[in-house]
Design a protein around this ligand. Sequence first.
Ligand code: NAD
Length: 247
Amino acid sequence: MKLYNQVAMITGGAKGIGKAIANSFANEGATIVLFDINDVVLNQTADNIKKRYGIEVITVVGDVTNYNECQTAVKNILDKVDKIDILINNAGITKDNLVIRMSEQDWDDVISINLKGVFNVTKSVVKSMIKRRYGRIINIASVVGQIGNIGQINYAATKGGVIAITKTCAKEFASRNILVNAIAPGFIATDMTNNLTEQQKNYICSVIPLARFGNVVDIARAALFLASEDSSYITGHILSVNGGIYM
Ligand SMILES: NC(=O)c1ccc[n+]([C@@H]2O[C@H](COP(=O)([O-])OP(=O)(O)OC[C@H]3O[C@@H](n4cnc5c(N)ncnc54)[C@H](O)[C@@H]3O)[C@@H](O)[C@H]2O)c1
């Protein structure tokens, strides 16, 4: 078991990519902490993981945009489980529109969750990692942060920012044995991409060398690699899991 005795906290862990990572880590023996704003789905996912793997799952209903809420949540988690070895900054949303039609609210909402949320949770968790001289932080970025995308000025800005955060934190925390990496997924089949039209999906597949959307397990496998001892000399890396759409 690659994560035996480790505690992994996953933001946005109720569904999609976060849920797949939670299942994969639970399968490798980790204790799972799920932090999500959607209490109903969060509890369903936690119950499923508990039943399937017979392990402890801690749930926190919280909003990554709220700094104080993140601080309190992490304090409560540490009171219960003593440590957080692995942090997956995964919570994210899209609110797409062309630049000329993008509302200020949609800009602010995406920046708050996808970018400020990463700062809020990282800052809340990292002090305990520094004390223990151990940590793995994995940020979920996006290919859109690497190449841009029409209709996603807010989202692209956050994901480019997440890449910059990853490299900055990797440099700041390296001396404390805390590795910080990012995964940059391409187009993955989840609720986030579900509202694309068939025509849009067909077009996207036509420009992906592997000619398909990725699935959540493709991302979970990459996350497991970055969370485990298999990657112990890798930090500040942006791991593309994108079917070749950007090389
Ligand atoms: N699906 C893709 O194609 C794709 C591609 C590249 C990157 N990503 C990134 O992967 C991550 C997960 O995306 P997904 O496709 O699984 O999406 P999803 O919509 O299925 O899941 C997102 C999760 O984040 C939670 N969340 C949203 N706002 C929150 C907040 N304020 N506080 C706490 N939790 C919150 C949601 O409740 C949900 O459980 C996101 O960061 C996304 O940008 C997704």
